[in-house]
Every structure is written in structure tokens, then in C-alpha cells.
Design a protein around this ligand. Sequence first.
Ligand code: 13P
Length: 249
Amino acid sequence: MRKNIVAGNWKMNNDLADTKTLVSELVDIEKTSNAEVMIAPTFTNLLEASKALKNSEIEVVAQNMHFAKNGAYTGEISATMLKSVGVNTVILGHSERREYFNEDDALLKQKVDTALENGMRIIFCFGEKLEDRKSGNHTHVVKSQIKNALFHLPEGSWKSIVLAYEPVWAIGTGETATPAQAQEMHLFIRNLALEAYNLSVADDVSILYGGSVKPENAKEIFSNSDVDGGLIGGAALNAESFMAIVNAF
Ligand code: 13P
């Protein structure tokens, strides 16, 4: 049975003091939903956040990771380093990584393999750009992003995969995919998993929507049968709005 998940991607926001404040505000707000909750602070604040949230229902996850085990990769962070600070889940393939850091499907495939080898769970992000949507190419783009990075995996690995559909044109723009657009794409994605694997993989994988999710629109987006949660950017930086989205389930 797939899970409902709401994850906050803090991106490059919040220093250590801000992180401590936001984390303590989050735990003070009652969680009334059945959704799993995650936050992704920046690397330097993962240890502090995971210590502070150790006995809470909020999991601390990373925004990125390098594909190599270790070695001469100045400025990079490995899976074992993440695990050593209590982080067992990593976001991979975010459109900002693809766009500004040239992360392509082949590189992401390597990162996926490394994360899984280290027993980590992955929130794998993908999504089309505005021009793809306008030209009617959006399903084709999404299919190739998923297929190229994930469809080599054995069926058993899929218990560690969460998918996150984030149309690039909806990220940070205030423009959200309509609930119908989200449902249509999520169903398309679930059908891809059905074709490539089987009904149990397709049924069990959680597919999150990301892109301008707010307390005002969360309920409507989450009410779609193939939308299993959200990956939240801007609205995750405020405890009340993030928990309102969590509690929209
Ligand atoms: P916004 O919620 O700010 O649009 O960001 C979405 C996102 O990129 C989450 O990863």
C-alpha cells in the first residue's frame, strides 16, 4: 500500500539559527494527517536538524548527493556522509540540479544506484519545461527522464523509490498544475511503472506533486487518486503553511 508523503525542500534557504527555529516551530504544530513528513535542509544543517527531530515524526532528508563512494571530488557529499548524520533519504534529479548543475539522466542513474547500494530511499524528481508542455511533448519528456534513470532497477529496489513530478513551469512561479493536469500525469507515470514492472510496483509507488503547492490548493491537489503527496518549496519555509499542507490529507 502506498504512503502519503509531504516533503519540504528548503533549497538554499535557512542558516543554522533559522533551521533551529523552523524545526522547533514544526514540532509544536499538531500533525493530524496520516502523511509521512520530511524536511530537506541544506547540508550544513542536516546534523542539527536530525538531532532535533530524532524522536519526532519528521524525517530529515538531503537535497542532493554525489555518485561516488568517496575520493577527490572537492565540495561534494557522499551517501555514507549523509548516513553518518542520520539521513537515510535523498532527493535526486531536482530540476534546479538538472538546469543549473547540468545533471543529466546518465549522471542521475549513477546517483540512484549509489543511493540504493547504501540502503537509502530516494525521492526522484522529474518534470517537463514550459516549452515541452506547449508543444505537447510533456509525457514524452517525463517518460524518458524516468526510464533512463530508473527502469534498469530490479523490482525489489522500487520499495525505496518515491517519485516526484514537478513541472518546471510550476516551480516557484505561483502557477500550479491544475488538479486535472496533475492527475493525468500521475496516472500516466503509474501506467509507465505498470508496463515496465507490474501492478504491485505501480500500485505501491508514491507519486508526489511539486510546484507552487500552498495551504490553499493542497487539499484539491491531494484529493486526486494518483497524487500521493507533495514536494513543497516556498511554502515549506513557514511552519504554519507547511503543516497546513501536511494536514491537508
Ligand atoms: P515551490 O513550491 O516553491 O514551487 O517549489 C517546488 C519545488 O521545487 C520543490 O522541490
